[in-house]
Design a protein around this ligand. Sequence first.
Ligand SMILES: Cc1ncc(COP(=O)(O)O)c(C=O)c1O
Length: 422
Amino acid sequence: MAGIDRRSVLAGGLALPAVAAARAAVPADAEGEAYWRSIAAEYGPPEGVVQLENGNWGMMPRPVLQAYQAMVARVNRDTSFYARRGMTRDLIAARDQAAAAMGVKPQELAFTRNATEALETLILGYNRLRPGDTVLYADLDYDSMQDCMESLRGRRGVQVVRIALPEPASHETLIQAYAEAIAANPRLRLILLTHLSHRTGLVLPVREIAALARAKGIDVIVDAAHSWCQLDFDLADLDCDFVGVNGHKWLGAPLGVGFLHIREGALDRMDRHPANPATGRDDISSRVHLGTYDFAASLTVPAALAFQQAIGSRRRADRLSALRNRWVAAARRVAGIEVLTPDDSRLHGGITSFRVKGLTDVAANMRIAQHLLERHRIFTVHRDGIAGGACVRVTPALFTRPEDVDRLARALPDIVSSARRG
Ligand SMILES: Cc1ncc(COP(=O)(O)O)c(C=O)c1O
């Protein structure tokens, strides 16, 4: 059969030559701008606008896009001839590589189509709740996850408690907020924790909060949609039983890639998916049911991993933080700008949000994002749903240049005065 052979698929298909070329171009001062220019050259961001809204989903770098296109062509050409003769083996190999990259066992990871599917599986499938128990989430959690938690009222007959996280937050006040909620709710059984908030970029001390919860017999579900591959950590570092992740944000995999992580020993706390017969295998694959989907997207994961691993997770996280710190340092000197995300390096990655002091309504923040785009050619997005009020989110990517974030910093005084004028 013509096309990409299994070995090249597992190695990242068409990705490797290009990644190797990018690596070969790395100068001795690998942390320098020349290195990041070589990485940026693998992306093709839009021209004429500074793209600082990279939180919705991530751009695939060119080698990953090429691997995906080749895989789409193969799946389309060979259809069942591939599906019934090796595709499952290749999907398992791709899953195993992702598990190794996350620091979890292969049997603890399953593909999903996005983080929503993984987290919905966990929230709705968690079977230890009894009527009268309590579940808890926070204002910064993702809207559809909040809705899934709220749905447990009717599905499981539980009380649902929502807390507002402190603003400004500190490592201690965040842990304190959850410690107080745990103390105030003796029947608390389940907590949703968003590792890195899509609203403000705030990073929760998940490991510490989960330890407090575990001591009281409370389970934790972690939304790691924005943290994996933005921060430098392994899922194992979180020491949590249930995690939902996607691959199309910071891993740079094609749209339609997610992961469900259930730690060994925790499987029986999750219902089987009804489409998987009770007599079937009792492993993680029985907790989710994808049907026929974009197999080429999952099969491109090795290419995305190869690209990211060539950079390295420490170096990647440091770069994103450095870009963030560069504009935030300038923003903190602009009268009238309030940066919502703390500077404590444990509490942020690349994403950070700001607002013009006192302007907490959604419409004002939409206008600020609009003004940044129209007047300064900088693309950002407003975010709402935060107890302290709406804001503007700034999300750099690996192709973002220091001069891009400097342009944002220079625009901020004008943003303050135009926002105040209304
Ligand atoms: C914090 C958070 N959780 C979950 C999701 C849902 O991810 P997906 O789009 O992969 O379903 C998002 C998406 O933006 C998110 O930001």
